[in-house]
Write a protein that binds this ligand. Structure first.
Ligand SMILES: *Cc1c(COP(=O)(O)O)cnc(C)c1O
Length: 421
């Protein structure tokens, strides 16, 4: 089936329960067992079914099946936030003594998580150039467990060279993990390009109205076979002492998400609430329509910015003048590039003046809302980073980032025009 049909129907059987057309919210902590044998069978995986909502929940099960279908994957697991999705994906691959290779253009929270926090757990990160990954192959060694990048990066709006990254990773049998939050499953499916694991912050375009935090991990088909034959990832094919000797690759279930669920979600517990899961299911129903409109509106605003006297540079891949224009047409549906764009003005002070002068745009460090948002990374999200490092990661002190919403673009352009004066 096509994406828009899957977004509305996948994973839910409407004959379930009372035939409720809206997916029911199963707001429960735990589930009653029929008897002691039923309980024992569930715990030993002889029978599959809900035990406790930290591990599984029927509302989240619909969300997981729907996301797996949209991302062309074998299985998905919904978690509390995008940050926890990234942590689980990496912690499922690497342990103390291992390393990962991360993109030079990433979300700020991913930079701190992957370079500082996981270092305290003994996992080191090396950095590669996601747009021109000629440096990637030389960074891979026996202890490399993951290559992590964003398909369309936040906040730089860079498009990774996915084809090249995947071909290098496959040559060495290293897993690729792609954060597809900004591009969304509506514009791009990393798994169709050979990526192994996809993660999302569902707090952005999946929700679409800035109401709920959530994250998801999706695995491709065929990982059980891959791990069963890979010495790099022997922990999937050797007994898990914490689960009475379970060998994940021996089960007829997609093993990557299963291991996150049975070991990491069990022990670390950053689970998604059923209510937030329900909001996110409803968000998915309109994802395609929204992302198309966000992209069209952003292109109109970007075109206006290229003509504005105060603007020195505009960064939006769908502009014909953009250096990323070939890549956006190669990878993303209709050459759309989401609602995220950025532009540079003359100075740090000028950027601050514009932020303080807009009326319709809200000054918010979020993206993917139906309401348009404006942010100045150098004085907010990235204010702890020294200026030379900022410039290296593609952020100029005079850069303003916009997340274009679903308002009429004429009103957005009028608001920017008055703020420029
Ligand atoms: C927001 C964001 C995250 C973190 O997601 P949360 O749901 O806020 O935890 C990760 N990656 C990208 C690209 C993001 O934009």
């Amino acid at each position: 089936m096509e994406q828009q049909t899957l977004a509305i129907h996948a994973g839910y059987d409407k004959t379930f329960g009372h035939g409720s057309m809206s997916v029911p919210i199963e707001q429960t902590t735990a589930y009653a067992f029929r008897d002691s044998e039923h309980a024992a069978n569930l715990f030993s995986l002889k029978e599959l079914g809900p035990i406790y909502s930290r591990l599984t929940n029927p509302t989240l099960d619909v969300l997981e099946k729907r996301y797996a279908a949209l991302e062309k994957g074998a299985s998905a697991i919904a978690v509390a936030s995008g940050q926890s999705a990234i942590f689980y994906a990496i912690a499922n691959l690497a342990e103390a003594g291992d390393n990962i290779i991360i993109s030079n253009k990433l979300y700020g929270g991913s930079v701190t998580l992957l370079t500082h926090t996981i270092k305290r757990f003994g996992i080191n990160a090396k950095v590669f150039d996601c747009e021109n990954p000629t440096d990637l192959e030389a960074l891979i060694d026996d202890k490399t467990k993951a290559i992590f990048f964003e398909s369309l990066s936040n906040p730089q709006i860079a498009i990774s060279d996915v084809e090249k990254i995947v071909s290098i990773a496959q040559k060495h049998g290293v897993m690729t993990v792609c954060d597809n939050t900004v591009a969304t499953a509506a514009l791009f499916n990393p798994i169709s390009w050979g990526v192994d694991i996809v993660v999302h912050s569902m707090s952005k375009y999946t929700d679409g109205q800035g109401r709920a935090i959530g994250g998801i991990v999706v695995e491709r088909n065929g990982l059980n076979e891959f791990f069963a034959n890979s010495s790099r990832y022997s922990h999937f094919s050797s007994p898990d002492e914490s689960y009475h000797g379970l060998v994940y690759t021996s089960l007829p279930l997609p093993c990557f998400c299963l291991r996150i669920r049975l070991a990491l979600l069990r022990d670390i517990g950053a689970c998604l609430s059923p209510f937030n899961g329900w909001l996110l299911i409803n968000g998915l129903e309109t994802l395609d329509l929204r992302v198309e409109k966000h992209s069209q509106n952003a292109l109109e605003v970007a075109k206006f910015l290229t003509t504005a006297a105060n603007v020195k540079a505009v960064n939006y891949p769908s502009l014909k003048s953009s250096s990323a224009n070939t890549k956006v047409n190669k990878y993303f549906k209709n050459g759309y590039a989401s609602g995220l764009l950025s532009f540079d003005v003359g100075s740090f002070e000028e950027a601050k003046h514009i932020i303080d002068s807009v009326k319709l745009f809200s000054v918010v460090v979020n993206i993917g809302d139906s309401k348009s948002l404006i942010a100045h990374p150098a004085s907010t999200t990235h204010s702890q980073i020294p200026q030379d490092e900022l410039i290296k990661s593609g952020i100029n002190p005079a850069t303003i980032r916009l997340s274009i919403g679903l308002e009429d673009p004429k009103d957005l352009i009028a608001d920017l025009t008055q703020a420029f004066n």
